[in-house]
Design a protein around this ligand. Structure first.
Ligand code: MG
Length: 370
C-alpha cells in the first residue's frame, strides 16, 4: 500500500441558527480524502467545532506522508488506523489537547473507512472484529436533535417532522432559564413521549436547583451539559441535585479529560450518559481506551455526539447506546444513507463497504470535491 496524497478542504455548513451558547452562521467542517494506490478513504467532521484545515495541512498530513510506509500498514498490508495516529502524533507533547484531537480523529476515520473498504465490510463490522465487540449489530438506535433558535419553523413543527421521519427520542435545545424553557419543554413533551433537553452549559447557577426540580416533573430522558464542559465540581453538584439523568462529554476530547470527568464529575453509571465524540477525540482508538476506563459502565450509557454516518458505525460496532442525528435528511450531515429511514427510532446500516459515504449523495458530493 502506498499513500499517494491526503487532501483536505473546509466546507461551509453555516446556518442562521443558535443554541444556548453559540450561533452557527459561520460554522465550517473539514472533509478529508486519503488517496492510496489501493483506494481512497474519506472522513467528514462532526458538526459544531469548525474545520481543522490548518492543523491538517501544516502538521498532521505532512507527518503522515513522511512516515515510512511499511509503518502504516499491518501484517496483511492493510492500512492500520492506530499506526496512522502514532505517526501523526510524533513529537506532540501530552496534555493540552485543544483542537488537535479533531484533526487526528479525521485522519484515523479516513484510515478506518479505507481499511474497511479493503476488507470488503461495512465499518461497524471491521470495528467489531478489531475490538471484539460481542453485541455488535448493524441495527442501531438513533435520536433526533431539534429546536435550535432561529429556524423559520416552530418548535412543534420541527419535533413533528422528526417524529414523522421515524425518530422516537427527540432532543431539543433549551436556554437554562425556567421562563423560557418551560413552554418549549411542554410543547415538545406533548408530541414526543421520549424527550431530552440540551442546555449547552448555559444553566444559571443561582436558579439551578429550582430549574432541576421543575424539569424533574417531565420525565425527561436526560439533561445535557447542565454545567460548563470542564467544570466538574459544578457538574457533581448538579448530579446530586438532579432527579433527571444527566449527559455530558461532547466537549471533552481525550482520555485525560474523560478521566477527570469520571473522577470528579459525580456521574452515576446506572443513570447518566457520556457523549464523547470519537471523531473529535483522536478517533476510535482513544475512544475505546475511554470505554475501557469506564469499565464499570454499561456501554449503552455511551451516546456519541454528532458524527453522523461515522458515529452510527461506532454505535453499531462498539455496542453503544444511541447515535445522534440531525433529522433533516436534505442536509449533507443530516439523516442517514440514501434510502435508509429510521422506524421507531431504529435503523439498519446498509451493507456498503467502509462508512458508505458513497451512499449519501449530498455528503459524497462534498467529499468527491476534495
Ligand atoms: Mg449537545
Amino acid at each position: 500500500m502506498k499513500i499517494l496524497e491526503a487532501r483536505t478542504r473546509t466546507a461551509a455548513i453555516g446556518r442562521p441558527v443558535r443554541n444556548a451558547a453559540i450561533g452557527f452562521e459561520a460554522m465550517t467542517a473539514s472533509a478529508l480524502a486519503l488517496v492510496t494506490d489501493r483506494g481512497t478513504g474519506y472522513a467528514f467532521d462532526s458538526i459544531g467545532r469548525y474545520g481543522k484545515e490548518g492543523l491538517l495541512r501544516e502538521r498532521f498530513i505532512p507527518r503522515l506522508l513522511n512516515s515510512p510506509l511499511q509503518g502504516l500498514a499491518d501484517e496483511k498490508g492493510l492500512i492500520d488506523p492506530d499506526a496512522c495516529v502514532r505517526a501523526v502524533m510524533a513529537n506532540e507533547k501530552p496534555g493540552g489537547h485543544g483542537e488537535r484531537p479533531g484533526a487526528v480523529g479525521l485522519i484515523e476515520a479516513a484510515a478506518w473507512d479505507l481499511r474497511a473498504k479493503l476488507l470488503g465490510v461495512p465499518l461497524w463490522k471491521a470495528l467489531a472484529e478489531r475490538y471484539g465487540t460481542r453485541n455488535a449489530s448493524p441495527e442501531i438506535a438513533a435520536y433526533a436533535t431539534c429546536g435550535h433558535w432561529g429556524d423559520d419553523t416552530s418548535l412543534a413543527d420541527e419535533v413533528r417532522r422528526a417524529l414523522d421521519a421515524g425518530y422516537a427520542c427527540i432532543k431539543i435545545k433549551i436556554a437554562g432559564d425556567l421562563g423560557a424553557d418551560l413552554p418549549r419543554i411542554e410543547t415538545a413533551r406533548r408530541l414526543a413521549s421520549r424527550l431530552a433537553v440540551d442546555v449547552n452549559g448555559a444553566l444559571s447557577r443561582e436558579s439551578a436547583e429550582k430549574w432541576l426540580d421543575a424539569l424533574a416533573l417531565f420525565g425527561l430522558e436526560w439533561i445535557e451539559e447542565p454545567a460548563p464542559p470542564l467544570d466538574f465540581e459544578l457538574l457533581r453538584k448538579y448530579s446530586e441535585l438532579s432527579r433527571t439523568p444527566l449527559a455530558t462529554g461532547e466537549n471533552l476530547f481525550s482520555l485525560d479529560d474523560a478521566r477527570n470527568l469520571l473522577r470528579y464529575g459525580g456521574l452515576r453509571p446506572e443513570r447518566d450518559f457520556v457523549q464523547v465524540d470519537p471523531l473529535l477525540s483522536y478517533g476510535v482508538g482513544e475512544y475505546v481506551r475511554i470505554l475501557e476506563l469506564f469499565a464499570a459502565w454499561d456501554r449503552r450509557q455511551f451516546l456519541p455526539h454528532a458524527g453522523h454516518l461515522f458515529a452510527a458505525h461506532c454505535v453499531a460496532g462498539l455496542g453503544l447506546g444511541m447515535a445522534e442525528a440531525a433529522p433533516d435528511a436534505s442536509l449533507a450531515y443530516g439523516g442517514y444513507w440514501d434510502g435508509v429511514r429510521p422506524a421507531g427510532g431504529r435503523l439498519t446500516i446498509p451493507d456498503a463497504p467502509g462508512v458508505g459515504f458513497e451512499r449519501k449523495r449530498q455528503l459524497f458530493a462534498l467529499l468527491e470535491d476534495v
